[in-house]
Structure formats: C-alpha cells, structure tokens
Design a protein around this ligand. Structure first.
Ligand code: GUN
Ligand code: FE
Length: 420
C-alpha cells in the first residue's frame, strides 16, 4: 500500500524534515521506502495508493507516562501538591477499580479517548488490581494501539482500600505476567512500583528480580520537594532518589530500560546515574504546572545525553493531547531560562517534536519517523481550518503544534494497520 501526502518528521539530527507531496510505501507493517510524487518507480505504478492530497502526515505520537484509572477525574484537584493530591483524589478513585464493573465502564471510556487522540503508543499505569489491569490490557489490545501497561505495586504508606501485603504484591505480579504471556500482540506488561514511598525495600528487590532481563520498569522520580524529603527519611542508605531505586536493584540492564516520570529535582549526580543506567525521562510539564511541582531541567538532560520523552501524566495533567505537552515543555523551558539558569537555552520546536516521536518511539523499537525500516505509525491531519493563505508547510506545522484542537485527525495508522 502507498500513502500519499505532505510528510513531516524529525531526522536523527533532531531537525524537522518536510517532504511535500510524497509517497510512503508500506509493506508488512513497515515503511519500505519513501518517494517523491514524480519519482515513484515504474514497478509500483499498480500499487494501491491512498491519496490524502494536501493533508499533513506525521509519525504517531508517544505518551511516555499516564495513569489510565485517573482519567475520570482529570481537570479536578489541581489546587493541591502531590502528596495531598494523592490522598485526596487519586487513591480513593483508584480503589474503585477493585470493582470490575466500574473498571470496565471507566477503562472503556479511557481507551476510546486514547484511540481518538494523536497518540499511537503509550506507557501506562493501571492500578494494583490484577483483574482490572488485564481488562485494561484487553481493551487496549482491541483498540490497535501499542502500549506497555503496568499492574501497580504498593505495600506501604497507602490507605486500607488500596494496599497489598508484600507477598500478595509479588504473587499477584507473577500471576499477572503469566496471564499476559501469549495473550497479546500489541500490549506488553511493564513492572510498575508506584514510587519509593509506597513500596518497601523488600518489594522493590523482589520486583527487580521478577523484571530480570525481560521486562521494562516504570516509576516516579524526584517530582516534589516534600516527596524528596520523605524518600530521604525512608532510604537513609541512599545518596538520592534514583540511587534508592538503584540500591534496591530496580535499574539493572534489561531488554527494556527503566522509564522515570518527572525528574524535576534531579541534580548532577542523579543525572549521571540516569545516563549510566540508560533511564528514559518522561517529562510531564502540564502535570508539573498543575501540582506546582516545579520545572524539570530538560536542557541539562539533553546536554548530558539523557533520553527524554513527553508524558500527559493523566490526571495530574489534564490533556491526552501530547502536542499540548510539547507546547508546555517549550513554555516551561523559557521560564527556566529566564528565571533559573541563563545557560539553559529554551527548547526548540524540533526538540519537543523529536521527544514526542522519535526519542520516545525508540523505546518501542524502530518507531517515530517516516523513514525506511520504521514501523508505519502515521497521523493524517487536516489543518485546513488554520492554513488559509499559508503556503509554507513549516508554518502550517508550527500552527498545528499550538492549535491542534482546531484541526481534525483524518486517519491514524499503527504499525501499518489503520485504526481510525
Ligand atoms: N507519584 C506517585 N503516584 C503518583 C501519581 O499517581 N501521579 C503523580 N503525578 N505522581 C505520583
Ligand atoms: Fe504519574
């Protein structure tokens, strides 16, 4: 099959690449090659062409961090900081997923919305409930999206309604991984200790063992000052928050690296460890604004060669649209430069676009670019409401980044399959 339109993606040098009126040849879910309109080889003249005319075609976007069970209360409770927000809004909502009927209703709505969004791939927290987590994974599998999903682990400092014993947590995790084996094509389990305050040392070590060399791991890191103080008290053996995960054997090399959300307060030594352990940072700017968490030093992460993707962090962030996260990442980086560090140059358009596509895509394999050998994740966008009188595609792309809510998603392909 050939898909035709105006192609926009990011190169491995982090520059925006625009190929007007070009053709993507897709074979076996993968981009076999890209041709300009009049360079299509004779051999392909009979191939089926889907011509999207003047539409913009982007790689699918990746949401590196979000909480599916928090979808029902997004946009509420942003008057609090992290720890109060968790106790007041988050834990009571997540406790409801013990009830599988509630979970089914809520997760169905979540998956429908994610399917309609610009996201093609995501790395998702569920709750500690094994059954509801499998249900979420079944729904995601059916949607055609490609996702990592974690059954959450929490065995301390949590309410009665949302806690497991250490042994229960370990056993449920093993059972869950067994159920997942052979069940899915598009959905992958990922080990998910909530954060240090809700996981005992013993639990973290056991999860590290279960992770082995096969599974990825996701968690939260250095999000809020009170949280950091608490982690210091809980882990007197450690030099810092990431070192606490490291000393509890969670960060060893594996097929899939660890993903840490936030990293707002990561200092130089934490950055060094992030780099040494090949950790992906999930930068969640909207969440960091809503919970008054702070501004992550993203320019420093990039200067240190740390991989950074973007996360909506639903429901601390309120929008599933990763482009909104990209815009806010730029905005926060400008404030960081203005108020905190004149050596931290603001993020550029190409950099945040790369975070949302190519960099985060690399967690999934060859994903996130319109390039030979990459899986065919495509977004076809009609920006006609915005592009009147503009014949420069770069300007159209820039407006789309800021005003995507005024554009429509015409089609969405994940790994060569059209799902919208
Ligand atoms: N830290 C531990 N749990 C959570 C959560 O659900 N959301 C956010 N933003 N931070 C967390
Ligand atoms: Fe989170």
């Amino acid at each position: 099959m050939i898909v035709k339109g105006n192609l926009i993606d990011c190169t491995d040098k982090c520059t925006i690449r625009i190929r007007e009126k070009s053709c993507i040849l897709i074979k076996n879910n993968v981009i076999f090659n890209v041709y300009s309109e009049n360079m299509l080889p004779e051999l392909l003249k009979d191939e089926k062409v889907v011509d999207y005319k003047d539409a913009l075609i982007f790689p699918g976007l990746v949401d590196m961090h979000l909480h599916a069970p928090q979808f029902p209360f997004r946009g509420l409770g942003t008057d609090m900081e992290l720890l109060d927000w968790l106790n007041t809004y988050t834990f009571p909502e997540e406790a409801k997923y013990k009830n599988i009927d509630y979970a089914k209703k809520a997760y169905t709505k979540f998956v429908e919305s994610l399917k309609k969004s610009f996201t093609t791939r995501a790395i998702i927290f569920a709750t500690l409930h094994k059954e509801a987590t499998i249900l979420l994974m079944d729904l995601l599998e059916e949607s055609g999206l490609k996702c990592f999903v974690g059954k959450v682990n929490m065995d301390r400092n949590s309410p009665e309604s949302l806690i497991e014993s250490t042994d229960e947590s370990v056993e449920a995790t093993k059972d869950w991984l067994d159920i997942c084996k052979g069940r899915y094509k598009n959905t992958f389990p990922i080990i998910t200790p909530r954060f240090i305050p809700s996981c005992s040392d013993k639990l973290l070590k056991e999860l590290g063992k279960i992770r082995g060399s096969e599974y990825g791991l996701q968690s939260h890191l250095s999000e809020n000052p009170k949280e950091l103080e608490w982690v210091k008290e809980l882990c007197p053996d450690s030099f810092g928050y990431l070192d606490a995960y490291d000393k509890r054997e969670c960060l060893h090399k594996s097929r899939f690296p660890a993903v840490m959300a936030h990293c707002v307060y990561s200092d130089e030594s934490e950055m060094k460890l992030l780099k040494d352990r090949d950790v992906f940072v999930a930068h969640c700017p909207q969440s960091n604004i809503c919970l008054s968490s702070g501004i992550a030093p993203v320019r420093k992460f990039l200067d240190n060669g740390i991989k950074v993707g973007l996360g909506s962090d639903i429901a601390a962030g309120y929008s599933l649209n990763i482009l909104n996260q990209a815009v806010e990442a730029i905005g926060l980086s400008k404030l960081y430069w203005r108020y905190i560090d004149k050596n931290s140059r603001p993020l550029e358009f190409a950099e945040v676009f790369s975070m949302a596509t190519r960099v985060a895509g690399s967690y999934f394999g060859k994903v996130g670019a319109l390039e030979k050998g990459f899986e065919a994740d495509l977004l076809v966008v009609d920006d006609s409401a915005l592009n009147e009188g503009i014949d420069d595609i770069r300007k159209r792309v820039e407006r789309f980044l800021y005003l995507s809510d005024e554009c429509s998603l015409v089609a969405k392909y994940v790994s060569g399959e059209q799902i919208l």
